[in-house]
Design a protein around this ligand. Structure first.
Ligand SMILES: Cc1cc2nc3c(=O)[nH]c(=O)nc-3n(C[C@H](O)[C@H](O)[C@H](O)COP(=O)(O)O)c2cc1C
Length: 387
């Protein structure tokens, strides 16, 4: 779609590289299923009609399940023959051909993907993903982000490809009907940046982690800023039998919380989640317990001065833990930040024989899963500009 703001500025850039993008599918790392008889290349003018027909056919068969007739008409008009012809003339249209037939088309302009359609009977085979990724490869040469306006049926698919909604938009069409769509963004060129590639890992390989790696992680943790440079953090490492002993205490706490008098009655809904977290901790080769050495048990009341001090110390520890997660990511290790230790607070601190405040834990290990990015609030939801 090409409706406002973001799209307007994309016109400024025409990429020479795109025209060269005559990718024989067999040369790429595509799954076998979609390589056979497939050809991907830049469209030429004489193909405008066929592309137009396939886009219209796709819109008319898919969109009525999601949108009223007025919106379907809007999309048909938006992707009219003259629009497609103009895009082809600008060198901006690619096509996927299977057995000599055009079954998919993609178009982008600047850093905006403006059109991706795959004939219904060819959907679910990876052609759409292939076109999006190929367009991203071109876009990343000149931009750090790619944007697109996603229709309702497409938004979930784009999320799986790493796009995040940055805005819910509405656009009035005929008869008072409003088209709702998502403006989505994907950061490109940050592929190796652990800030963007880190995920919470909940499945670990049965493989030990070198102590040297752990020291590097702790080193990153101690490099964090801290209020008044108090460095209120302490990390206690558990592996093997000692880890099993520790987690037995956590299990005891969770059972007590569930079956006996709960110390966190309003958080009862979280007990099942805590059990799941405990299982994850059992499968992780390393558990780091996180302590605030200036803090006391949260079951004691504190005055406002102490509360502010505690807030600052916990913020400092949060910065330290994040440093550790990012370092672990750079070292090829996965992590899970854990707050569910709260359900076994007394059991765990009793086992440690400490008066310090138990803040949580971090599980570390070689990951056995590759989760997609979890959804994030949009920039506009979390940011306000005061002028
Ligand atoms: C302070 C804190 C406590 C957390 N506690 C738990 C936990 O006990 N169990 C768990 O499975 N995940 C826990 N998480 C992980 C979050 O669920 C996760 O960060 C969030 O869903 C976003 O996913 P991502 O880390 O993959 O981006 C915790 C995260 C933070 C920052």
């Amino acid at each position: 779609m090409k409706m406002r703001g973001i799209t307007a500025r994309t016109k400024q850039h025409l990429f020479s590289g795109y025209k060269k993008c005559e990718v024989r599918a067999a040369e790429t790392a595509l799954p076998l299923l979609i390589r056979r008889n497939m050809n991907y290349r830049t469209a030429v003018l004489k193909e405008a009609n066929e592309i137009y027909e396939m886009v219209q056919q796709t819109i008319k068969s898919v969109y009525p399940s999601y949108y009223p007739a007025e919106v379907v008409d809007f999309f048909c008009e938006h992707h009219k023959l003259t629009a497609i012809t103009q895009d082809i003339e600008a060198g901006n249209v690619s096509i996927v051909m299977v057995d000599g037939r055009i079954v998919g088309t993609g178009s982008f302009s600047g850093n905006h993907i403006t059109r991706v359609y795959v004939l219904p009977e060819y959907q679910g085979r990876g052609y759409g993903t292939f076109m999006v990724k190929t367009m991203e490869e071109e876009i990343v040469k000149h931009h750090n982000s790619v944007y697109l306006d996603a229709s309702l049926p497409a938004a979930q698919l784009y999320e799986k490809l790493g796009y995040q909604s940055i805005k819910h938009e509405k656009y009035p069409v005929e008869n008072g009907v409003v088209l709702a769509y998502e403006v989505m963004e994907k950061k490109l060129g940050f592929g190796e940046d652990p800030i963007y590639t880190r995920r919470s890992i909940r499945k670990f390989q049965d493989k030990a982690v070198d102590m040297e790696q752990i020291i590097k992680i702790i080193h990153a943790g101690r490099s964090a800023p801290s209020a008044k440079n108090r460095q209120p953090w302490k990390y206690i490492l558990f592996t093997g039998d000692k880890k099993a002993e520790l987690l037995e205490q956590m299990r005891r706490g969770i059972v007590r919380e569930k079956l006996e008098k709960a110390k966190l009655p309003k958080s009862k809904y979280g007990i099942l989640d805590a059990k799941i977290t405990l299982n994850i901790m059992e499968s992780a080769p390393v558990i780091l317990l996180v302590l605030n050495i200036n803090g006391k048990t949260p079951f004691l009341q504190i005055d406002t001065d102490d509360r502010f001090m505690e807030m600052n110390d916990l913020l400092s520890i949060g910065a330290s833990v994040q440093n550790m997660l990012l370092m672990a990511q750079q070292l090829g290790l996965g992590t899970l930040w854990i707050g569910n230790t709260c359900f076994a607070y007394d059991e765990l601190t009793g086992y440690l024989k400490t008066d310090a405040q138990l803040v949580g834990a971090v599980a570390v290990g070689y990951q056995a899963e590759q989760p997609s990015a979890r959804p994030r609030k949009s920039i506009t939801d979390i940011m306000e500009i005061v002028l």
